[in-house]
Each structure stands twice: as C-alpha cells, then as structure tokens.
Write a protein that binds this ligand. Sequence first.
Ligand SMILES: [Mg+2]
Ligand SMILES: [Zn+2]
Length: 197
Amino acid sequence: MEKRPGVFLDRDGTINEDFGYVVDPRRLVLLPKAAEGIKLLGEFGVPIVVVSNQSAVGRGYCTEEDVEEVNRALASLLKERGAKVDAFYYCPHHPEARVPAYRVACPFRKPEPGMVLRAASEHGIDPRKSYVVGDMHSDIKLGRRVKARTVLVLTGHGEETLEMVKRKEAPRPSFVAKDLVEAAWWVLEDMDRRGLI
Ligand SMILES: [Mg+2]
Ligand SMILES: [Zn+2]
C-alpha cells in the first residue's frame, strides 16, 4: 500500500505552553490555537504524530510514567476540543543526563531522525510527503534530515528560533506560521499543491 503523508508535531511550545520542563499534567496549558489547528488537519484525514524530546526524564525531574501521564492529559484536553493526536513518541535520553540509565546520545533524540522514522514505519507514513512542525532549531533540522517539509511556529521558543534562522545559525524552515492554525492551513494548501490530498 502506498504510504501516506502525515504531520509530525512537536509538543512543548507548539501544542502546549513551554514553561521549562512540562512534567505536571495539572499545569498543562494548551496554546490558544493548538486544538483548532490539530482539529483542522484531522478533518482532512491527515495523521498527526507528536514527537517530543523529554530529557527531563534523564535529568531526573520526572519519570517516563509522568511523561505518559502528561501526554494522556494533553490528549484529553485536545479531545474536549474535537482534536485528535494519532500517536505520541518521546525520547527520555540526553548525552549528559544525570540518571546514568538515560545518559546516551540517543538516535531518537531530535534532531536525530529515530522518532520520525519509527512512527512513519508504524503508521504507514512517508516522511518525504510529510511535515515537521515545531518551535525549535532541532525540529527544523529533524524535518530536513528526514526530507520532510518544515514549519516553524512562532509560539514557544519560535521567535528566538526565527532570529537564529536570520543569523543563519538555524536551518531555514519551508514556512513560518504564527500558530498551529496558520501552520495547518499552509500544510493543507501545500499538500493540495503536491496532489497529496
Ligand atoms: Mg518545542
Ligand atoms: Zn532516546
């Protein structure tokens, strides 16, 4: 079967507010346009996969269970607003993690392509027909590495990342969007141009 296009979304700073390490589900706050953007992509049948670096685990600020609890809480906040994420992937590792078990240069930690490649193979998605959306340098780098198109959102650390792009310290994204709704509309329009939807 021919592989489908998909959207790989960063989590913190892209879907929910990024106030350092997001480890407590009770403090989870959706960004204003996040649910609307995800809902829109869903209405066009685009699979949505969240790919998130969670080095907070390796740094000893929380456990993998905590990350999964935050992901469940996020899924339920989105669901209340009619938006659905198809799958969540995260990498708990960091090369300088305080917890020895997590101290590794992991091939899944963004901008390494591991999470996207695994998610793509598990969900029948072709990364080259896909989009990576996020607020960080590492999101854009990841997207380019898997030959996806990239959207920088100006939420979270997006403004800082845009400054890095202008100074040529970060790769240039395919598109810059002020929030997830604008990102979703661009992705849909671009998919349409490419004959993907
Ligand atoms: Mg982020
Ligand atoms: Zn990892």
